[in-house]
Unconditional design. Sequence first.
Length: 279
Amino acid sequence: MAFGHTVKLMPPAYVKPYVKRQKNDTADAEAICEAVTRPTMRFVPVKGEEQQSVLVLHRTRDLLIRQRTMLINALRAHLAEFGIITRQGRLGVATLVTLIEKGEAELIPTMAREALLAVINQMRDTQKRIGSIERKIQKWHRSNEQSRRLETIPGIGPITASAIAATITDANLFRSGRELAAWIGLVPRQSSSGGKERLGHITKKGDSYIRRLLVVGAHAVLKVARHKEIPTTQWAAALLARKPYKLAAVACANKMARIVWALLTKSETYRAPVCSTTA
C-alpha cells in the first residue's frame, strides 16, 4: 500500500476450490489469479496497527482468563483429593483460598499447602494482569466513537463493543445485518436440496470470539427480561416465553449482530423501541 498498490486479502477457504489437481506454488498462484477475478469474491479488509493492537489486547485477555480458569479448576481438584469441596463461583473460590491460607493445619498437609499457595499466588498475579489489560481496553473504548456507539446496544459492554469495532473495519462490506450475523456464525446451517429447506444448528462460522461475547451479552439481556418489563427487553421476554433458554440466547445474539450492522452503517446510536400496549 505504501508503494501505491491496492491490497486485497482473500480467505484461503475461498481460494481452495480453484486449485486444480495437486497443490504447489504454480497451482496456488493460478488459483489466486482466478479467484480474485470472481465478481462474488469476498475480501478481508486491511486492519490498521491500532486495530491490530486492540485485538492483541483482547486475545491476551482471553488467554489469561483461560489460564485463570485452569488454576481455579486445579485448586478445586487438589482440595477434592482431601475431601474439601465448596460451592461454585467466586464465593466458593474465596472460601478455598481462606481455608488454605488461614484454615486449620490438620485439614491440609503441609507439603500440599505449600503447593496450593503457589497456585493461589499465580491466580492472583493472573487476575492483576487481566485487570491491567481491561483498563487499557476501556481507555481505547472511550477514545473510539464507533465503539461508544455500539455500547448503547443492550447486552453489549465496552469489551464486546471494542472487539467488534476493532474487528469490523467497514460494515458496508456486508449487504445486510443478516449477512453480518451469518459471518459471525449465528444463523442456521443449511442442508437444502430439491426445493426443500433443511435448517440445522447454527453454523459457528467466522469469529468465534465475537460470537461468544454476543451470546454472553444475550444471556444478560434474557436475565433482565425475566425480572423486568422494559421496552429494550420486551422482544426477548416474548421469545423466552415460547422457546428454550439457550435457543433464545442465540436468537437474541443474532438480533444484536443485526443491530450492530445498522449502527455501523448509519453511524447512529441505539434507540430503544416503544413499548407496545394493548387496548
